[in-house]
Design a binder for this molecule. Structure first.
Ligand SMILES: C[S@@+](CC[C@H](N)C(=O)[O-])C[C@H]1O[C@@H](n2cnc3c(N)ncnc32)[C@H](O)[C@@H]1O
Length: 287
């Protein structure tokens, strides 16, 4: 899942005219305004019920295999941009301790609290902008970042500095995200296979529609800002934050909203998702 970009780049405000704090505040408002859409109806009721069952996990086979291979039983985890924490809570089924979820949306953290209670887990849910964390956040053995977080981040080097700072020496970072190359295409275009956006665009796109994962039109929401971060910049920002890259894998399967399904299962397949595993270097300074 991710978010359909509906406004051409030309409508986005230039980075020079909007501060990082203004961007994250706008994104917080956008997520909060859409929160109610994610806690109603059958899918939500089913999620609440299944969270209460032993062995609950929403993680797909790719992320499951990565976590299984890391030998993190008994270790502590933080999820950055945890949303309703369904993935964080799923870590318990791997024997990993889901200690903290960080998200700046109070609306989603209220849902996370309901899910954690249903699962009987004592998780610290921290409502905070990742760029403005309190000093007592702590250190963890695993930092998890999944589907649709990095594109909301206006400053990747600082994001990974903060992330690295939350890892204990030797701690792992696991990212499972939508592939940035997918950002080049617009599935709503009449010519969806023609590149519609530059992979190297620096200005954010305005997301004005309500944020939902079901592919349905839920009308207008609050304006948020969506960034294309090329894969090279993601890897470089990790490395420069004292994180040693262990593995980077690209996949042809989609983990986005249904609108993007048309790019999947093709003979000439483009990358649609990726996973990255990194390890906090014991020699990392200032992180
Ligand atoms: C796409 S959601 C994550 C969804 C999650 N991977 C899942 O599948 O349930 C992205 C989350 O990042 C959070 N977020 C965006 N910018 C943030 C920031 N600056 N600090 C903390 N959280 C942020 C949003 O509130 C949102 O809940």
């Amino acid at each position: 899942m991710g978010y359909r970009k509906i406004n051409p780049l030309s409508k986005a405000r230039s980075m020079a005219s909007i501060t990082r704090t203004e961007i994250t505040a706008a994104n917080r408002a956008a997520w909060n305004a859409s929160a109610h859409l994610h806690a109603e109806g059958e899918p939500w009721e089913e999620l609440l019920e299944s969270a209460a069952r032993p062995g609950f996990s929403v993680l797909d086979p790719v992320l499951t295999a990565i976590l299984d291979g890391l030998g993190l039983k008994g270790k502590s985890a933080v999820q950055i941009g945890c949303n309703n924490a369904r993935e964080l809570i799923s870590l318990a089924s791997f024997g990993i301790r889901p200690e903290m979820g960080i998200d700046q949306s109070s609306g989603f953290l209220a849902q996370a609290r309901q899910l954690a209670d249903a699962a009987g887990l004592d998780v610290r849910l921290l409502e905070a902008d990742i760029y403005d964390l309190p000093s007592d956040v702590g250190r963890f053995d695993l930092a998890l970042i999944t589907i649709g977080v990095l594109n909301w981040m206006p400053d990747l080097p600082e994001f990974f500095r903060v992330t690295s700072g939350m890892l204990a020496p030797g701690g792992r970072l696991v990212i499972y995200e939508t592939h940035p190359f997918l950002e080049v295409f617009d599935p709503a275009s009449p010519t969806p296979f023609e590149p519609a956006f530059s992979y190297f665009e620096r200005s954010p796109q305005e997301v004005t529609e309500a944020i939902a994962y079901d592919g349905k039109d839920h009308g207008e929401g609050e304006t948020g800002y969506w960034f294309i971060h090329p894969l090279g910049e993601i890897v470089t920002a990790c490395a420069q934050a004292g994180l040693g890259i262990v593995e980077l894998k690209e996949y042809g399967h989609t983990i986005r909203e249904p609108e993007y399904d048309l790019y999947e299962g093709r003979v000439a397949q483009i990358p649609m998702s990726y996973s990255l595993v990194a390890q906090k270097l014991t020699s990392a300074k200032g992180c």
